[in-house]
Design a protein around this ligand. Structure first.
Ligand SMILES: [Zn+2]
Length: 97
């Protein structure tokens, strides 16, 4: 299952496991770390780790709700920055331990 961590639209994206800073607000580039499994926005997925592509698209193409998050087969964290963000997008980052 995935637990949800909500952040503000102007907060940095920081991996909950290794604490690497992946996105800062003054930098439009992003990095990933070994725990990152996907980056999703209200426009669709921007990146998904290859070996989890099927699982992630099947569960989370529609929305992130209690059911889809609980069906995720690994222990993970979803960092959600809803509305606002870069150009008003919602941004979701998925991580596994
Ligand atoms: Zn990490």
């Amino acid at each position: 299952m995935m637990k949800v961590q909500n952040i503000g639209y102007d907060d940095d994206i920081i991996c909950p496991y290794c604490h690497k800073v992946l996105v800062t607000q003054d930098n439009e580039d992003y990095e990933i770390c070994e725990h990152t499994i996907f980056i999703d926005t209200s426009d669709g997925f921007e990146w998904i780790r290859d070996d989890l592509k099927n699982v992630v698209t099947e569960l989370f193409s529609e929305q992130y709700d209690e059911e889809s998050l609980s069906k995720f087969p690994f222990k993970g964290t979803l960092i959600a920055s809803e509305s606002g963000g870069l150009m008003g997008l919602s941004v979701y980052w998925g991580f596994v331990e």
